[in-house]
Design a protein around this ligand. Structure first.
Ligand code: FAD
Length: 322
């Protein structure tokens, strides 16, 4: 397929987000003999991050460094990436389907006058055509798409494509491009985080999600304990958020976050279609519900019919032994 693919890396708190490495792996799947160029926008020196992209499979990395790239704005990052695209003339662009990717990719696609396949869960080479798979109808079906002209621009859903093995023997050029990032109409003055510290929900390998069955904010405490034991993050149904048991930033589903962890434990969640839209692509789903007829059991790989207030402490105790 493509000769050259740009992978737009994403950082959080100065670290590369895992989806950046997944995007490199996606690029490699469809571009075995071609070149993969990582792109990092930052306010400070990004050489270490660039090296990390190379260890994970990028052939070389282009960094854009400017004070106005300290916090993400679509205008600032847009200017930087458009300049890189202009200089590199890539055949494809891949970035994460994160809140930044969702905001930035359509704006870039429009400026580049090209199409966009968003939220792909897989990319593959079929013959000489790149085929993108993406969920539709709230995850009830999948469609396969090909891009027939222009730049192949795609965002990939986090946690769906395995990263390549980190290889510290890999080497590659790191170059910096000067871009005068200016005339920003939006300036980020302060970032107020709503979610607690710990594992990022949208990239967590294990998610413990609580629903209205958890019954109170206090009822969520054992879920946090279980998440800590398993190294995971806590999420919630909208039912739990509406009832004020937790913050809306934890909501998973059609109008919340989409997660695809290795393990999803649904606790006291009935399995409404809008909730399933955000988690049904998880690799292994475990449901804990006292109602054996609950719809969540229709998507669960393993089900525990029982009272969550008895089951969760038992799980914590058992997992602590492992
Ligand atoms: P319930 O449906 O009330 O289920 C609670 C479950 O807990 C029940 O199955 C019950 O058996 C079980 N339970 C109770 N006590 C215990 C116990 N002690 N032990 C074990 N189990 C117990 N919802 C989302 O989640 N995400 C979305 O993004 C979303 N978007 C929406 C968008 C629209 C436009 C609309 C109309 C709705 C949306 N909803 C969304 C809401 C959705 O339809 C459901 O109302 C919601 O998911 C229900 O949350 P729940 O499963 O926690 O609550």
């Amino acid at each position: 397929m493509s000769e050259k693919i740009l992978v737009v890396a994403e950082t959080k708190d100065g670290e590369l987000r895992n989806v950046s490495f997944e995007a490199i792996a996606a690029a490699r799947k469809i571009n075995a003999g071609g070149e993969i160029v990582g792109v990092i926008c930052a306010a400070e020196d990004a050489n270490d991050l660039a090296q990390e992209l190379i260890y994970y499979g990028a052939d070389r990395v282009v960094t854009v460094q400017h004070d106005n790239l300290k916090s993400y704005t679509s205008e600032g990052f847009g200017q930087a990436i458009l300049k890189v695209v202009d200089e590199e003339s890539p055949d494809g662009i891949i970035m994460g389907h994160t809140s930044i990717g969702k905001d930035l990719s359509p704006k870039l696609a429009s400026k580049l006058n090209t199409g966009l396949v968003s939220d792909a869960v897989d990319v593959e080479l079929v013959g000489d055509q790149v085929v993108f798979t993406r969920p539709i109808y709230s995850g009830k079906a999948f469609e396969k798409k090909i891009i027939t002209s222009g730049i192949s621009f795609v965002t990939i859903r986090p946690n769906n494509i395995s990263t390549l093995e980190r290889d510290e023997t890999r080497t590659g050029d790191v170059a910096s491009i000067d871009v005068d990032v200016k005339d920003l109409r939006t300036v980020i003055k302060e970032v107020v985080r709503k979610t607690s510290e710990g594992v990022d929900l949208s990239e967590a390998k294990v998610v413990i999600a609580g629903g209205r069955g958890v019954k109170s904010a206090d009822g969520f405490k054992p879920l946090y304990e279980l998440a800590e034991v398993l190294g995971g993050a806590v999420g919630a149904s909208r039912g739990a958020c509406d009832a004020d048991y937790c913050d809306y930033s934890l909501q998973i589903g059609q109008t919340g976050k989409v997660v695809t962890p290795d393990l999803y434990i649904a606790v006291g969640i009935s399995g409404a279609i809008q909730h399933l839209a955000g988690m049904s692509n998880s690799k292994v789903i475990v449901a804990i519900n006292k109602d054996a007829d609950s719809n969540i059991f229709n998507v669960a790989d393993y089900g525990i019919v029982g009272d969550l207030f008895e089951v969760i402490p038992m799980l914590i105790e058992e997992f602590k032994k492992v």
